[in-house]
Design a protein around this ligand. Structure first.
Ligand SMILES: Cc1cc2nc3c(=O)[nH]c(=O)nc-3n(C[C@H](O)[C@H](O)[C@H](O)COP(=O)(O)OP(=O)(O)OC[C@H]3O[C@@H](n4cnc5c(N)ncnc54)[C@H](O)[C@@H]3O)c2cc1C
Length: 390
C-alpha cells in the first residue's frame, strides 16, 4: 500500500469525474448491470454542466458530424460505434426533453442546465450508481490486474475497471507514465489581439471574423484585450499568436456590391463629412476608428477618391492575435490523452489493464453549438457499454 493511503476498498468500476461524460458512462455501465462508483472532486456532481450555455445548456447538436471535431477520423470511428442520434436517445431515456434552436442547437425544454443535471442524477440513482463527492483523485496506477485509485484525502480504491472522465485539465502525474498525454491549453474563448481600439471596450457589433480559411459571422464584443463572442471563441481554436484577423463590418455584401453600395450611398448623402457618411451605417466609435485607420479625416468632406481605401478598412479591419484573452472563459481544453492510444469503438486506452477515458480528457474538441457536450455523452456511452463487457 502506498504510504499515506490508509484504506483499500475493492470495486468493480470506478469512474473519475461526475461531469457530462462521467455521468453518461456511469449510467450506461450501471444499466448494463455493473456496480459503479463515481469519484467527484467537487462538493456536488454535475457542476460543470450547470454553467454550460450561460446556464441554459446547449446540450447537443441535431446536425453533429465528425468533421466539426479535432481528430475527426477518430471521432468518425467513435460515431460508427455510437451514432450521434444514440446520444440523443440516451438523454431522452433519462427524461430530458429537448427543443431545437438555430443551426441544430439543442436545449433542454426547461431552458435550464440544472434540469439536465437533475434528470441525469435521477437516472444515475435509478440505475444504482454511487457518487462520492469531495473525492479528488490524484493518481491511477496499475495494481495486480486492477487499478489503484488514490484520492487527495488519503483514501484509495482498487477497481477492476477505471474510467477517466475528469475533463480537460488532467492533473500532472494522475495517469500511468505509459499513457500518452499531450499538454493541455484552453481554447474556445476570447482572443487577445494587438490593434483593438481601447475605446471599443464592451462594444458589440455584428460582423464577420476571418483568419486564413476561417470565416464566421456573428456578434463580436470588443474588449481592451481583444475580441470576444461566439465567432471569436470558434476562431480561438484555429488562430495562433501572430496571425492576422480581418473584421468585416459589412459581412452580407461581396466586394463588388460593397463598392456599388458605398458609391450610391455617397451619391445620396453628399455633401457630407466622412463622419456623417458613417452615420446610420456603423456605430459612431467604429465609424470614427475605421475612417482614421483608413487615413481619412472624419471632419473632411467625403469624396469618391476615398471610398476604395475606406471600403477596404470596413471589410478587413486588422487585428493581430497574441493569444487567449481570458483563459477563465474558455469552454474546453485542447490536448489531453492522445487519441492514437485509444480505441474509438470502446474508449479503452492502450495500457495494461482495463483503463478507459472519455469526454474532454481526450484530445477532442469542437466549436460552440452543443458539439462538445454531444461528444461527452457519446464517448461516455461508448465507454459505459464497453466497460460492461470487460
Ligand atoms: C462556461 C462553459 C460553458 C460551456 N457551454 C457549453 C455548451 O453550452 N454546450 C456544449 O456542448 N459544451 C459547452 N461547454 C463545454 C462542455 O462543458 C465540456 O465539453 C463538457 O462538460 C466536457 O465533459 P467532461 O465529462 O469531459 O468534463 P466535465 O463535464 O468538465 O466533467 C469533469 C468532472 O470531473 C471532475 N474532476 C476533475 N478532476 C478530478 C479529479 N482529479 N478527481 C475527481 N474528479 C475530478 C470535475 O469536477 C467535473 O465534475 C462549456 C464549457 C464551459 C466551461
Amino acid at each position: 500500500m502506498t504510504k499515506g493511503h490508509a484504506t483499500s476498498n475493492r470495486r468493480d468500476v470506478v469512474v473519475i469525474g461526475a461531469g457530462a461524460s462521467g455521468l453518461a458512462c456511469a449510467i450506461a455501465a450501471a444499466r448494463a448491470g455493473r456496480q459503479v462508483v463515481v469519484l467527484e472532486a467537487a462538493r456536488e456532481p454535475g457542476r460543470s454542466i450547470r454553467v454550460t450555455g450561460d446556464g441554459r445548456c446547449n446540450i447537443a447538436n441535431a446536425g453533429t458530424q465528425a468533421q466539426v471535431y479535432r481528430n475527426a477520423a477518430f471521432v468518425g470511428r467513435a460515431f460508427d460505434a455510437c451514432a450521434p442520434e444514440e446520444a440523443l436517445d440516451f438523454l431522452r431515456s433519462t427524461g430530458i426533453v429537448m427543443r431545437e434552436e438555430g443551426q441544430g442547437r439543442l436545449y433542454p425544454q426547461a431552458n435550464k442546465a440544472a434540469s439536465v443535471v437533475d434528470a441525469l442524477l435521477w437516472a444515475a440513482r435509478r440505475a444504482g450508481v454511487r457518487i462520492a463527492c469531495g473525492r479528488r483523485v490524484e493518481r491511477v496506477a496499475p495494481q495486480q490486474n486492477c487499478w489503484r485509485v488514490e484520492c487527495a484525502d488519503g483514501q484509495a480504491l482498487v477497481a477492476r475497471v477505471a474510467v477517466i472522465c475528469a475533463g480537460g485539465a488532467l492533473p500532472a502525474g494522475m495517469l500511468p507514465p505509459r499513457v500518452p498525454v499531450l499538454p493541455a491549453r484552453p481554447v474556445l474563448g476570447p482572443l487577445a489581439c494587438d490593434g483593438a481600439p481601447r475605446q471599443w471596450d464592451k462594444l458589440r457589433a455584428k460582423c464577420a471574423l476571418s483568419c486564413g480559411g476561417f470565416r464566421e459571422e456573428g456578434e463580436a464584443t470588443f474588449r481592451t484585450y481583444g475580441v470576444s463572442g461566439i465567432a471569436a471563441f470558434n476562431l480561438s481554436r484555429v488562430a495562433r499568436p501572430g496571425d492576422e484577423i480581418a473584421i468585416d463590418f459589412l459581412p452580407e455584401l461581396d466586394l463588388a456590391a460593397t463598392r456599388d453600395f458605398l458609391a450610391s450611398r455617397l451619391a445620396t448623402l453628399a455633401p457630407c463629412t466622412w463622419g456623417e457618411f458613417c452615420c446610420g451605417m456603423l456605430l459612431p466609435l467604429i465609424g470614427r476608428e475605421t475612417i482614421s485607420r483608413a487615413g481619412l479625416d472624419p471632419r473632411a468632406a467625403a469624396a469618391p477618391a476615398g471610398l476604395a481605401v475606406f471600403g477596404r478598412m470596413l471589410r478587413a479591419f486588422p487585428l493581430t492575435v497574441t493569444g487567449i484573452g481570458d483563459a477563465s472563459r474558455c469552454q474546453v481544453h485542447r490536448g489531453g490523452i492522445d487519441v492514437a492510444a485509444v480505441d474509438p469503438a470502446s474508449m479503452q486506452v492502450a495500457a495494461p489493464g482495463r483503463l478507459f477515458a472519455c469526454g474532454e480528457a481526450l484530445d477532442v474538441d469542437a466549436p460552440c453549438g452543443g458539439f462538445n457536450l454531444h461528444w461527452a455523452w457519446t464517448s461516455g456511452l461508448i465507454a459505459g457499454k464497453a466497460v460492461a463487457q470487460r
